[in-house]
Design a binder for this molecule. Structure first.
Ligand SMILES: CC(=O)N[C@H]1[C@H]([C@H](O)[C@H](O)CO)O[C@](OP(=O)(O)OC[C@H]2O[C@@H](n3ccc(N)nc3=O)[C@H](O)[C@@H]2O)(C(=O)O)C[C@@H]1O
Ligand SMILES: CC(=O)N[C@@H]1[C@@H](O[C@@H]2O[C@H](CO)[C@H](O)[C@H](O)[C@H]2O)[C@@H](O)[C@@H](CO)O[C@H]1O
Length: 361
């Protein structure tokens, strides 16, 4: 039908017209082929993860196919190619009411203006009596470290970014999660957590390590350090620890000098901290723990999040996986964080399938 219309429209002699029909038919075929190729490729790219994990049962495939088509109509531009993407809303009202994708996890030289209310809240966290000017401190800081943020934040909708957040719980002991943890694109660890000697349980890969001055540990050269600043002094400490070495005490002794390369240092955004405290913690505890700050960070920069090393072990102990003193778990005892409320957030996220929770042993 299409071809004959083309032929009539061409209006030429028989031979010329015949050639044109052949040429136009070829064009139509090529166009159809290209169209199908683009459609199928984009479909496969968008849903690679699902397709590769499915079985070859025809009925199962048909159901999956229809789900994919429905999703294509519902979310014409999905944010990622995983089976489900964390930032896709519409699955849980509880989540949708709390998750704010516009919040910026990193403090960079571009967004270094902290709103007044966030700044006031943040100043109270550790009761700094005579804080130095924040603006002057940030100018100095971003004069020393690049302050570009992290390429971690850039992602395309054709990728599926899988992250492991590894907390410090003793439930990791004898868990044998090591290989599983290392299979993720990004592995986030925190504070004094070691890997050497614990590889079979906690893995050996680290891409990002969260610390504050009081919990600093030297990191491998390829690891990005994410400083969580709880006070102005923490930001100033980074500067002096890379230069003069003058600060060696906050509320406890801290290292004068650090070996980490300045290009590998990123800074957690105090406004993002406040967002977590208000939206997720609903003002429980004095401020969020490093574990919750890391988990929430991951929810905002990853498409899939698997959580390890959070909570008590099977005997109810809250110690660290590298320590033998099972009664030493200070996480729930200091009164700084509301460990139970935080843990419930983690369990709820798992129950609505926004994260996978690995409970350990
Ligand atoms: C005595 C004390 O202040 N302990 C705090 C320590 C301490 O400052 C650092 O370890 C120093 O290196 O830091 C904390 O935490 P900590 O370093 O113990 O652990 C990091 C995060 O892992 C999760 N965790 C830990 C142990 C456990 N049995 N269950 C868990 O779920 C928690 O999510 C926890 O946040 C912190 O920064 O949050 C919170 C702890 O309360
Ligand atoms: C044990 C305790 O209560 N220590 C507090 C200390 O809390 C710790 O702060 C860390 C960040 O610096 C981190 O958040 C850790 O999880 C907290 O236990 C600070 O609040 C400090 C402020 O001066 O006071 C200490 O007594």
């Amino acid at each position: 039908m299409l071809d004959s219309t083309l032929f009539l429209a061409s209006g030429g002699g028989r031979t010329r017209g015949g050639k044109m029909v052949v040429v136009r038919r070829r064009n139509v075929k090529m166009f159809t082929f290209a169209f199908l190729l683009i459609t199928v490729t984009s479909f496969v790219l968008n849903y690679t993860h699902q397709v590769t994990t499915s079985t070859w049962d025809p009925r199962h495939l048909a159901v999956q196919f229809s789900e994919h088509v429905q999703k294509l109509f519902k979310y014409p531009r999905r944010p990622c190619s995983c089976r489900t993407c964390i930032s896709e809303l519409g699955r849980s009202l509880w989540f949708d009411q709390r998750f704010n994708s516009t919040m910026q996890p990193f403090l960079t030289s571009q967004n270094a203006l902290i709103p007044e209310d966030s700044y006031r809240w943040w100043l109270k966290l550790q009761g700094e009596k005579t804080p130095k000017s924040l603006n002057a401190t940030l100018t100095e800081l971003f004069g020393v470290i690049p302050g570009d943020g992290d390429p971690l934040q850039e992602r395309g909708s054709y990728t599926c970014r899988r992250c492991a957040v590894v907390g410090n719980s003793g439930n990791l002991r004898q868990s044998q999660y090591g290989q599983d943890i290392d299979s993720h694109d990004f592995v986030l660890r925190m504070n004094r957590a070691p890997t050497t000697g614990y590889e079979s349980d906690v893995g050996s890969k680290t891409t990002h390590h969260f610390v504050y001055p009081e919990s600093y540990k030297e990191l491998a050269a390829n690891v990005s350090m994410i400083l969580i600043p709880f006070k102005t002094l923490d930001l100033r400490w980074v500067v002096t620890a890379l230069t003069t070495g003058t600060i060696n005490f906050t509320y406890v002794p801290v290292p004068r000098k650090i070996k980490v390369k300045k290009e590998k240092i990123l800074v957690y955004n105090p406004s993002f901290m406040k967002y977590i405290y208000e939206n997720w913690l609903e003002h429980h505890g004095r401020y969020p723990s490093t574990g919750l700050l890391s988990l929430m960070f991951a929810l905002h920069v990853c498409d899939e999040v698997d959580v390890y090393g959070f909570g008590a072990d099977s005997k109810g102990h809250w110690h660290h996986y590298w320590e033998n003193n099972t009664s030493g778990g200070a996480f729930r005892k200091t009164g700084v964080h509301d460990g139970d409320f935080e843990f419930n957030i983690t369990l709820t996220l798992a129950s609505i399938e926004k994260i996978k929770f690995f409970k350990g042993r």
